[in-house]
Design a binder for this molecule. Structure first.
Ligand SMILES: [Zn+2]
Length: 337
């Protein structure tokens, strides 16, 4: 066995057998923003055998204060986070398998991308995707590690299907938008991200090494105060997911096709079906109408006061509006119905 993990193997809870187990483990990271990027780096350095890096966005300059894996070059090139992280992680540890997935996780593809792994990491920034992860996890009996952070406060919890409460026990319904504090409206500090991401990575390692030590404690962090509270959370007796086996988000009966990206002045339009868009062809057409920047994954079309970023799968983000109706009109006008 290579010397790379010598000091990790020396830790008695890991040892030779544990390191071998880590090297054979597969983890999907859903969302490669602040938390996901840092968790992926921790797991990559520790020699987790296979990482699936899933993200729908590209790197932007205002990500860099807290999304530790990315560079200014990534932002200037509009590199998708999944692709950029795959390249950086490969340079860190070429011995593990790295799969980049530039997709938005929806009810149509969640089972494709979140299964076939030993653990799922929550790196998302929205509740709908967390409900989807939760339902895939319960349906396929895959443990998942949730975390979230706003400002300097965060929370983390590991869910073990069949053994602990689930995410919907914790939060039965999506909170109304006006009650949600988001990273954009409340800000977030990179140093706080580091603490929660490391905690989350630690939970992944414990889940892989000792899956039978499952417990259902919610940890709530206040990193300004320097405090951690632990709350024991029993399963809710009426929970739709873990008690009734009803998967509303995974069957598409809950969730939306146009989603306002809170605080970003933008709306995401989900494509219907799976039609692939030829971005180069679209670029030729749109260059007659405004500024176009294009790479193999993403096209950005700017025509003030709006801009539209289009991915090859047809998904788009319309900037310059927070109205789903207006965003659909802009999308239909420039990209197509
Ligand atoms: Zn539940």
């Amino acid at each position: 066995m290579s010397d790379r993990y010598r000091r990790q193997r020396a830790f008695h809870q890991v040892g030779e057998a544990g390191q071998k187990r880590l090297s054979e483990s597969r983890v999907a990271i859903c969302g490669m923003g602040a938390l996901g990027a840092m968790v992926s780096e921790r797991l990559c350095r520790m020699g987790i055998g296979s990482l699936r890096l899933i993200d729908r966005d590209w790197v932007e300059l205002d990500n860099l204060p807290r999304q530790a894996l990315y560079t200014t070059h990534d932002a200037l090139e509009l590199r998708p986070k999944a692709i950029a992280s795959q390249a950086h992680l490969l340079a860190i540890n070429p011995d593990i398998a790295l799969e980049a997935v530039v997709e938005d996780i929806t009810f149509e593809n969640a089972e494709q991308w979140l299964t076939g792994v030993d653990c799922i990491v929550d790196g998302t920034d929205n509740f709908e995707t967390r409900y989807l992860i939760n339902e895939v996890a319960w349906k396929h009996k895959i443990p998942w590690v949730h975390a979230g952070i706003v400002g300097v406060s965060g929370q983390a919890m590991t869910f073990f299907p069949g053994k602990t409460a689930c995410f919907r026990c914790l939060l039965p319904d999506v909170p109304p938008i006006e009650q949600m504090q988001t990273c954009d409206s409340a800000g977030v500090l990179g140093a706080a991200v580091g603490v929660i991401a490391s905690w989350q990575a630690m939970d992944v390692v414990k889940t892989l090494l000792q899956p039978d030590t499952a417990d259902s404690q919610l940890r709530v962090f206040d990193l300004w105060e320097g405090s951690v509270r632990k709350l024991r959370l029993p399963a809710a007796s009426q929970c739709w997911v873990c008690q009734k086996g009803q998967y509303d988000f995974l069957t598409g009966s809950a969730g939306a096709l146009a989603r306002v990206l809170c605080g970003r002045g933008a709306v995401q339009i989900q494509s219907k079906g799976r039609d692939t868009i030829r971005l180069e062809d679209l670029a030729v057409r749109l260059r007659l109408e405004g500024d176009v920047q294009v790479n193999p994954y993403l096209l950005r079309f700017s025509r003030p006061p709006h801009s539209v970023s289009v991915f090859a799968d047809g998904r788009a983000i319309v900037h310059g509006t927070e109205s789903p109706d207006e965003a659909r009109k802009i999308y239909t006008r420039w990209i197509g119905g």
